[in-house]
Design a protein around this ligand. Structure first.
Ligand SMILES: [Zn+2]
Length: 411
């Protein structure tokens, strides 16, 4: 296991934070640093066809070691870390044989990782926890995924008695800014299906995510001297308040869970003359999702009618869709992952993602792509941690998926 830990540490100490403000691709130059290291390492362990393209995508092949046809499968993880929190100078702390008590991440600043707040910690008593020093994120999202994929490939190369078909691996930039799949060359990747190693807790297996749209509402008012405004002034902020109130009050992120969708007002800018509201609209169910967009439009139309003028404009744009639509016709790819976990005595935790993944975009680009746990917790902040044992388990799952895929193809 030390080798996996060392590999993980090597990756997290390279700063690869992405930047949502920069339209360039990749959004930060420093992502190349890790991409280049990965290219060298993949060659070193004996992978073939190792490439780094102009957009910072790393791909490589582990050739089949059987003489019958096996579908080519892929494993994908992302190079970048979240723009939400610093990834500069990550100094991992190791807590072997974790005793279930508070972990002091940073004495000077009194930053404590406590199971009284993060109960998940108690699942890992006796294990080796890798945490931050309280001043950065850890980067287990998603360098845990990269570590597991590289380690699994190395294991398969060193243990040729384990039979497998052709395996492709892919490491993508800019996942955290929603663009990881944008320049992904699905044809070049050439896999029949793939798995992103980008989930959290051991056992997670996900093939459903939100359908997503963004809506921008613009309300036009009329400014007049307030002393002489009677019958003339139109205050766009007051109209905005009416609109906000007209949406279902309980269908918001803070009141919904599991498969419940929502309308989320995330930005509001206003003065008398003009107010803009920015919403995201989410639902797992495609019909309900379409219904939400229709309701949104109808509430705008109704309010315009009531006001007797078209003061409110709305623009609704689809962002991404639930990958379930693309996975259900090929459910065996989820079954294989489930079977792999069962073989390893891992209880599969199948749940719907309340968000999106690169896998959903890849699924719509023709590469069905469920998401598997990478083992980390508390992503995107200073409390991020990963048990070393989980890095090992996810590595084992990858090996097992490769083995089962070949075994099923033989019959
Ligand atoms: Zn991630």
């Amino acid at each position: 296991m030390q080798k996996i830990i060392d590999r993980f540490v090597k990756y997290i100490t390279v700063d690869t934070q992405s930047d949502p403000e920069n339209p360039a691709f990749p959004s930060t130059e420093k992502q190349w640093d890790l991409a280049k290291i990965l290219v060298e390492e993949l060659k070193e362990i004996g992978m073939e066809d190792v490439t780094l393209d102009d957009n910072c995508y790393v791909m490589a092949t582990l050739p089949s070691n059987v003489d019958f046809e096996v579908p080519t499968i892929g494993f994908i993880a992302h190079i970048d870390t979240s723009p939400d929190y610093s990834g500069t100078n990550v100094k991992p702390q190791f807590h072997p044989n974790y005793n279930g008590e508070d972990i002091v991440l940073n004495k000077e600043e009194n930053i404590i990782l406590s199971p009284s707040y993060f109960e998940d910690l108690l699942m890992y008593k006796g294990q080796t926890l890798i945490t931050t020093d309280g001043t950065t994120l850890l980067g287990a999202d998603d360098k845990a995924g990269i570590t597991e994929i590289v380690s699994a490939m190395e294991f398969l190369i060193n243990n040729p008695e384990i039979k497998h078909g052709k395996i492709r691996v892919g490491f993508t930039p800019d996942e955290e800014v929603g663009k990881g799949a944008h320049m992904f060359d699905v044809d070049k990747f050439g896999a029949e299906w793939a798995y992103t190693m980008d989930g959290s807790q051991v056992g997670e297996l996900e093939y459903e995510n939100f359908n997503a749209a963004g809506a921008k509402v613009t309300i036009n008012g009329k400014i007049v001297h307030p002393g002489y405004a009677k019958g003339k002034m139109i205050n766009s902020m007051t109209i905005a308040a009416d609109f906000i109130k007209s949406l279902p009050a309980n269908e918001v992120p803070e009141h919904t869970t599991n498969y419940e969708g929502f309308f989320h007002l995330h930005t509001m800018n206003g003065e008398v003359e003009k107010t803009t509201l920015e919403y995201i609209i989410r639902d797992h169910d495609l019909k309900l999702f379409e219904g939400r967009k229709e309701l949104f439009q109808k509430l705008v139309d109704d309010l315009n009618k009531k006001l007797g003028a078209d003061l409110i404009e709305v623009e609704i744009k689809d962002q991404y869709f639930n990958m379930r639509e693309k996975i259900e016709p090929v459910m065996h790819i989820v079954d294989i992952a489930e079977e792999a976990m069962n073989h390893l005595n891992i209880t599969p935790l199948i749940k719907a993602i309340r968000g999106g993944t690169d896998g959903s975009q890849l699924s719509y680009k023709g590469l069905p792509c469920p998401n598997i746990f990478a083992g980390g917790h508390n992503f995107h902040g200073r409390y991020e941690y990963v048990p070393a044992e989980s890095l090992q388990l996810a590595t084992d799952v990858i090996v097992e998926i490769a083995r089962i895929t070949a075994k099923r193809a033989r019959k």
